[in-house]
Design a protein around this ligand. Structure first.
Ligand SMILES: [Zn+2]
Length: 134
């Protein structure tokens, strides 16, 4: 909290406005450790339906609408099907392609394991100012 916020708390009739902090991060920082998909230790390639497991390399497509703060991770690809660029960028949508290795993350408190991303590298990024309307 800043001094200004603390000062405004003591004034009647004034409401302290707290905005969420804006954080800048690289794709590797954003995506490393990210849990993928449903519970289970595998996922499927969007292109060919091949089963992907821990240790497999994958390319993941993610997007974020211009007005949102959160990314949606929605497609995984195997090495064969992996795109290397955004074929049709969408106006108003930031799009990301990352290459990563699939790993297992264990949760002690629930005695469960989930598939996650490690060794993340940027493949392609398309800012929301590019592309046309769909
Ligand atoms: Zn595939």
């Amino acid at each position: 909290m800043t001094d200004e916020l603390l000062r405004d708390r003591g004034r009647p009739g004034r409401v302290a406005r707290i905005e969420p902090p804006c954080v800048t991060a690289t794709p590797a920082q954003l995506c490393t450790g990210l849990i993928l998909g449903l519970p289970g230790l595998y996922t499927y390639c969007t292109g060919c339906r091949e089963k992907l497991r821990e240790g497999d390399e994958t390319v993941v497509y993610a997007y974020r609408l211009a007005e949102r703060a959160e990314w949606d991770f929605c497609r995984c690809y195997c090495r064969v099907c992996a795109p290397t660029r955004h074929e049709v960028p969408t106006l108003g949508v930031a799009e990301l392609l990352i290459r990563a290795e699939l790993a297992t993350t264990s949760f002690v408190h629930t005695q469960s394991h989930r598939l996650s991303l490690t060794e993340v590298q940027l493949v392609a990024y398309c800012p929301p100012e590019e592309g046309g309307e769909r």
